[in-house]
Design a protein around this ligand. Structure first.
Ligand code: HEM
Length: 424
């Protein structure tokens, strides 16, 4: 069966991601009436949509059958796909990072930095991260009682943390932020480099320009860290070898770019969404202040609630079956994390923000061999920020209407105006 045209158009429309009721209505209808079916929106190759939790997990687990690199790993229209093949000489992805490789190459590349992202390895950073959190909290309290929490705190704090972990100097942060937002929000006039609505056929060109800027920057980073290695992720990447050889130019650039971009907009969107939820649920703020052991449930619920990575795509490399439907070799599949995290079969009252859900089953970090490499860092930095901030405020309320980014890939609140009162 084919998904209704109107729904198919909605799930590819970046503007729908800035209008949660519209998006949720579309995915709820899919989960109920067409949980694994084919969408044929105009301008795109047809693709299956996995909207249920169970199907998303199954496809991620069967990584030998459902590959990341065979076609674009993120939703791309036909014009974008043609452009990528033109500039890469036939590949289906503009970059070749961990996300766009499979099998042994993925294992080898992931093993290079995996040890640096374990909870144990990250523990040594706890105090440094807490220092950063304290600076942002002090700054916010000084600016109050009204701030735009998204742009003044949520988007800057994770950036500083990730850049510290990577070894990027503080003065380069605005440049990295700009390029990440251009890469993740090319359809959003506030985010892309033209600062206006651009026609779909131009989106990939803009992303290619952003990529060239990033490559120029990271070329210098490689020289610097090969000459003088340091204890940071970028130095690990610059000096990493598989067998006797350094990474290829494309592998190395992909690695720098995924490490620099995957970690902050995702965490930033989650942090901004969390503050929005706190402003709308004063009982949650009171509970967290009274009982710090509620923090873990809060963090996990904010990640489910925000689901900042809306989807990734997979491609079947052999014929297979999913949810009782036959999938053919070459078929393209959207994994909707946003929808899976609202699956009524797994989450009671999924549209309620509940910090006391018994077991956290969200798939916001994905699953299987590609599961988010930075998940422990994300959890830790968010916990530290709330530990530093919540004891210092008494109440928080919205001081305007929050605004969401227009993006079907990584999106969330770009503006969360709040008014707060200080704790005594
Ligand atoms: C709340 C914050 C975050 C969310 C929701 C998130 C979500 C995700 C998702 C959904 C994936 C794809 C998983 C899959 O295909 O199964 C992913 C991959 C990845 N994430 Fe995160 N992420 C977050 C924070 C971070 C941070 C802080 C970093 C570290 C710098 C990071 C680095 C990565 C990398 C390198 C990958 C690629 C892993 C691979 O393909 O092997 N992420 N993330």
């Amino acid at each position: 069966m084919t998904i209704k045209t109107e729904i198919a158009q909605t799930i590819v429309d970046p503007r729908a991601y800035a209008d949660r009721d519209r998006l949720d209505a579309a995915f709820t209808e899919l989960r109920h009436n067409a949980p694994f079916d084919i969408a044929e929106p105009e301008g795109f190759d047809p693709f299956w949509v996995a909207s249920r939790h169970a199907d998303v997990l199954e496809i991620e687990r069967r990584a030998d059958v459902f590959h990341n690199a065979a076609r674009s790993a993120t939703l791309t229209d036909k014009a974008g796909d043609a452009f990528v093949q033109f500039v890469t000489g036939g590949e289906r992805n503009l970059i070749r990072s961990l996300v766009q490789v499979d099998g042994q190459e993925h294992k080898d590349l992931r093993a290079l930095t995996f040890p640096a992202f374990t909870p144990k390895a990250l523990k040594v950073l706890e105090e440094q991260i807490r220092e950063i959190a304290r600076e942002f909290v002090a700054d916010m309290l000084a600016k109050g009682p009204e701030v735009d929490f998204a742009s003044e705190v949520a988007f800057l704090y994770p950036l500083r943390v990730v850049m510290r972990v990577l070894g990027v100097p503080q003065e380069d942060e605005p440049f990295m932020l700009k390029l990440t937002q251009e890469l993740f929000g090319p359809n959003d006039p506030d985010m892309n480099r033209e600062k206006k609505e651009v026609p779909p056929e131009q989106v990939m060109q803009l992303m290619q320009q952003t990529m060239l800027d990033l490559e120029g920057y990271f070329g210098e980073v490689t020289k610097k860290f090969r000459a003088n290695p340091e204890a940071c992720i970028n130095s690990l990447i610059a000096n990493a070898k598989i067998g006797d050889d350094y990474l290829t130019h494309r592998q190395m650039m992909g690695y720098y770019i995924i490490a620099a971009t995957a970690g902050h907009d995702t965490t930033a969107n989650t942090t901004a969404a969390a503050m929005w939820a706190l402003a709308e649920n004063p009982d949650v703020l009171a509970k967290l202040k009274a009982d710090p052991s509620a923090m873990q449930g809060f963090i996990e619920e904010t990640i489910r609630w925000a689901s900042p990575v809306k989807h990734f795509m997979r491609t079947a490399i052999v014929d297979a079956e999913v949810g009782g439907k036959p999938v053919k070799a070459g078929d393209w599949i959207m994994l909707s994390y946003h929808s899976a995290n609202r699956d009524e079969d797994v989450f009671e009252a999924p549209f309620e923000f509940r910090i006391d859900r018994p077991i956290h089953k969200h798939v916001a970090f994905g699953s299987g061999p590609h599961v988010c490499l930075g998940q422990h860092l994300a959890r830790m930095e968010m916990r530290i920020l709330w530990e530093e901030l919540l004891p210092k405020i008494d109440t928080v309320a919205l001081a305007g209407t929050p605004k969401l980014t227009q993006s079907s890939f990584v999106s969330g609140p770009k503006s969360v105006p709040i008014r707060f009162t200080l704790a005594n």
